[in-house]
Design a protein around this ligand. Structure first.
Ligand code: ZN
Length: 244
């Protein structure tokens, strides 16, 4: 969207979760706010939009940071209420006609606030990529937390690809930690069954083993810790679970 060339008053025709601006569209609600947040346009307006999203996007959790508005934020939101004219009309495309709410905005600010507000109410929202931190458009029911731009430090792979890989590797690592724990558990349980370990000894071992396992899972949770450290975590877990 070319915000610089928009002229006001601006007529925007909204039907459901999509809209048209003159001949252009359909756009999805939330696209304009996302594009503006991702741009280097008016910093104050960008900050106001992201604060608005924090205040009202809570129900989209976990897609946006959960935010309870502070009193100050509530006060500043009151100053940001938007007035605009709305009428009903229709928008015709070849073979189809849509019932639309026809908004007339007198400023870019008013347009973006209403566009974002309606997006939130529809379940769409701008989202910040968990990997690179840049804004991308999140559509209702889309669960991704990564954008599809080229990831930092990569030449081709996108944040989505790198992120999915990281989640996958984390899962494999977790499974490995559980495998080490289960193998040791079987070994000591067999000793209990054979009577070479007492009930108390076994219980003491099991309590300690569960704590060691959770500690290892917690260390793996930090993510991006590298192969050497990961191998060290597994080595230590194996040793601690099997030393009696
Ligand atoms: Zn990204």
């Amino acid at each position: 969207m070319d915000f610089a060339s928009m002229t006001f008053p601006l007529t925007v025709e909204i039907s459901g979760d999509q809209y048209w601006i003159g001949e252009d569209g359909p756009y999805k609600l939330g696209m304009a706010a996302t594009e503006f947040l991702a741009s280097d346009g008016d910093g104050e307006l960008r900050e106001a939009l992201s604060s608005f999203l924090r205040s009202f996007g809570g129900m989209l959790d976990p897609f946006v940071a959960d935010g309870r508005a502070s009193e100050e934020e509530v006060r500043s939101l009151q100053e940001r209420t938007v007035g605009c004219a709305v009428g009903y009309g229709y928008y015709a495309v070849p073979g189809k006609i849509y019932l639309v709410e026809r908004f007339t905005f007198t400023s870019l600010r008013d347009f973006l606030f209403v566009e974002l507000g309606k997006a939130i109410l529809n379940g769409n929202s701008p989202r910040q990529c968990r990997l690179c931190g840049r804004w991308f458009f999140h559509e209702k029911s889309d669960r991704t937390i990564y954008c599809d731009r080229v990831a930092p430090g990569e030449t081709e792979r996108t944040c989505r690809e790198v992120g999915a890989r990281a989640v996958f590797e984390k899962k494999i690592q977790d499974e490995e930690a559980w495998k080490i724990y289960k193998r040791a558990y079987k070994k000591y349980y067999a000793r209990l069954m054979k009577g070479t370990m007492t009930q108390e000894e076994f219980k003491a071992w099991a309590d300690e083993a569960a704590a060691e396992r959770d500690k290892a899972l917690g260390q793996l949770q930090r993510g991006n810790i590298g192969e050497v450290l990961t191998a060290e975590i597994f080595r230590e877990l194996r040793e601690r679970l099997n030393r009696k």
